[in-house]
Every structure is written in C-alpha cells, then in structure tokens.
Design a protein around this ligand. Structure first.
Ligand code: SF4
Ligand code: SF4
Length: 82
C-alpha cells in the first residue's frame, strides 16, 4: 500500500489473496474490488478502493486465506495488543 488510508480501512496482502471474491461480496459498502492486475501467483487480487470502509470486519471473517486481510480500526495503535 502506498498511502495511509483514513481509519477504518482494510489492508489486503496481494500476494496471499487468491482472488476468490468472497470479501467483495461480503462488503456492505462495496469498497472492495478485484484488481485488473495479477499477483505473483497469477491471481487477480482484491483491493480497497481507498475510502468508505466502516470497519465491520466482514472481509476479514469471510476470507479463507489466513493473514490475507487485516482491518485497522480507529483506535488501532501499532504494537499495542488490547
Ligand atoms: S471492514 Fe467491512 S466495510 Fe471495510 S472493507 Fe471490510 S467488509 Fe468492507
Ligand atoms: S476473501 Fe481473501 S482470498 Fe478471497 S478475494 Fe478477498 S482477500 Fe482475496
């Protein structure tokens, strides 16, 4: 990711994503899309459009790939576990 989005926002690791689209379908705000670009495994990966996320976590919960999706909420503090 090249920029710091405003909280809340999802972060998707393009090289772990398999492009199954479950997160795209599960997002109530339609802010996830499948990229036209391919990742290192040859999949079109999911990416955030850059605004509109409400931090519901649906994308995290439906994703079958461990660690592909992280959702950062407004109270996120790096290095702090709450
Ligand atoms: S946390 Fe919710 S609103 Fe934000 S991208 Fe994921 S599914 Fe969409
Ligand atoms: S649910 Fe996970 S593997 Fe599927 S497209 Fe979304 S981030 Fe990629």
């Amino acid at each position: 990711m090249n920029k710091q989005w405003e909280y809340p926002y999802p972060e998707i690791d393009p090289d772990i994503c398999k492009g199954c689209k479950l997160c795209v379908a599960a997002c109530p705000k339609n802010v996830l899309v499948i990229s036209s670009k391919l990742n290192s495994k040859g999949f079109h990966y999911s990416e955030y459009v850059g605004e509109g996320c409400i931090g519901c976590g649906n994308c995290f919960y439906v994703c079958p790939e461990p660690s592909a999706v992280t959702v950062y909420l407004r109270n996120y503090v790096e290095g702090e576990v709450s």
